[in-house]
Design a protein around this ligand. Structure first.
Ligand code: GDP
Ligand code: MG
Length: 163
């Protein structure tokens, strides 16, 4: 038995960085500039002895005529329908933004199985943002640093029951 995990969240929070870390191949582009990766990308994820499908959502980085909220809704609903669980990522150094709150609302309304991750969690600059993440009403956040590989044991613990 395996499962699928979709990584969702607003642009630039570190979704593709985590995808690349889990998949181990550079299947998704990572860049400082929003707009590099597009739509959905799938790879075989590996974390300890767990094997699963990872879906990186990137469609929001594209500039289109459609509103950001409309695209967020569509893309997130697609990810929720495709995946067994969504990892909803925020940037802990920035804290909770209005866009993050819209995502949280979509996920709650869709009754998605959500793992909340506060990324860029390395260092004390992330402390306040990690605490703010509780206000999203999606449970206890996992403090992650996708770039530095921190918080992976906690992510493992959250994913293990799904295997
Ligand atoms: P995405 O748009 O959500 O896919 O975000 P990306 O993975 O492309 O990352 C956006 C930027 O955040 C890049 O410059 C990454 O190097 C950086 N980043 C990703 N994870 C971390 C992290 O854990 N800590 C810090 N400080 N930067 C990160
Ligand atoms: Mg990306």
């Amino acid at each position: 038995m395996t499962f699928s995990l979709a990584i969702v969240g607003r642009p630039n929070v570190g979704k593709s960085t985590l995808f690349n870390r889990l998949v181990g191949k550079r299947l998704a582009l990572v860049d400082d500039q929003p707009g590099v990766t597009r739509d959905l990308r799938e790879g075989e994820g590996k974390l300890g002895d767990l094997r699963f499908t990872v879906i990186d959502t990137a469609g929001l980085e594209e500039a289109t005529d459609e509103s950001l909220q409309g695209r967020m809704r569509k893309l997130t609903e697609r990810a929720v329908d495709m995946a067994d669980v969504c990892l909803f990522m925020i940037d802990a150094r920035v804290g909770v933004t209005p866009t993050d709150e819209v995502f949280a609302e979509i996920l709650r309304k869709r009754s998605a199985h959500v793992i909340l991750a506060a990324n860029k969690g390395e260092g004390s600059a992330a402390d306040a943002g990690v605490i703010e993440a509780y206000s999203l009403g999606l449970g206890e956040p996992i403090r992650l640093s996708a770039e530095h590989g921190e918080g992976l044991p906690e992510l493992y613990s959250a994913l293990m029951p799904l295997a």
